[in-house]
Write a protein that binds this ligand. Structure first.
Ligand SMILES: Cc1cc2nc3c(=O)[nH]c(=O)nc-3n(C[C@H](O)[C@H](O)[C@H](O)COP(=O)(O)O)c2cc1C
Length: 185
């Protein structure tokens, strides 16, 4: 794979658990390609042309992506690690995309993947921010490579090392798919 392409992880986190997962995914991806992570409130509103894989993740709130009201709820519960004004739902709603990179390659080469964190006790509950984000991205015309959920022990965490390791492995697998050394996650 060309060294000029990279992965970009755009993540939202209230209590730091999804941030930890994002770091692990980035570490896993770095075995295959350069990977950066950016908190959603600092994320670009158009995907830079050198990004070959976009990974979007956030906490599951009220069975879906968070809203300002659920982030306010989080803010009342404990210290938060980022501003609550913007989440991945709001970022996706304004996301644009460069249609071509410098060499004229169509943006359809961009792959996307989504992840979320959820409460372990609610494993059987249907709601997932990752699935909700995937639906929005697919509707926008992106090709979805994979979606995954990682589980926190309680609302504010912690997240176990087992789940963090699973996230790192998922990042590795995503990287393998992009570089052609694997076919499925
Ligand atoms: C307002 C609110 C609503 C939540 N709703 C759900 C839910 O529907 N399902 C679930 O599994 N977890 C739910 N949670 C737990 C979050 O998923 C958990 O706080 C999150 O994974 C922690 O990640 P973070 O530290 O990155 O914010 C909710 C948390 C908050 C604060």
């Amino acid at each position: 794979m060309s060294e000029t392409v990279r992965a970009l992880i755009v993540y939202e986190s209230m209590f730091g658990n999804t941030e930890r997962v994002a770091q692990a995914i980035r570490d896993g991806l770095r075995g295959s390609l350069p990977a950066d992570m950016v908190p959603v409130y600092q994320a670009p509103s158009a995907i830079p042309a050198d990004v070959r894989l976009l990974v979007v993740g956030g906490p599951t709130h009220a069975f879906s992506m968070s809203r300002v009201t659920t982030r306010q709820e989080a803010w009342k519960q404990a210290d938060v690690v980022m501003p609550i004004e913007v989440g991945i739902r709001e970022w996706l709603s304004v996301l644009g995309i460069d249609t071509q990179d410098a060499s004229g390659r169509p943006a359809s080469r961009l792959e996307v993947a989504t992840f979320d964190t959820r409460i372990a006790k609610g494993r059987r509950l249907p709601g997932s921010a990752a699935r909700a984000a995937a639906k929005v991205l697919r509707r926008m015309g992106f090709r979805l490579t994979s979606s995954a959920s990682f589980f926190v022990d309680e609302t504010t965490g912690p997240i176990s090392e087992v789940e963090v390791e699973r996230a790192r492995h998922w990042g590795e697998e995503l990287g393998s798919i992009l570089t052609g050394s694997s076919t499925a996650v």
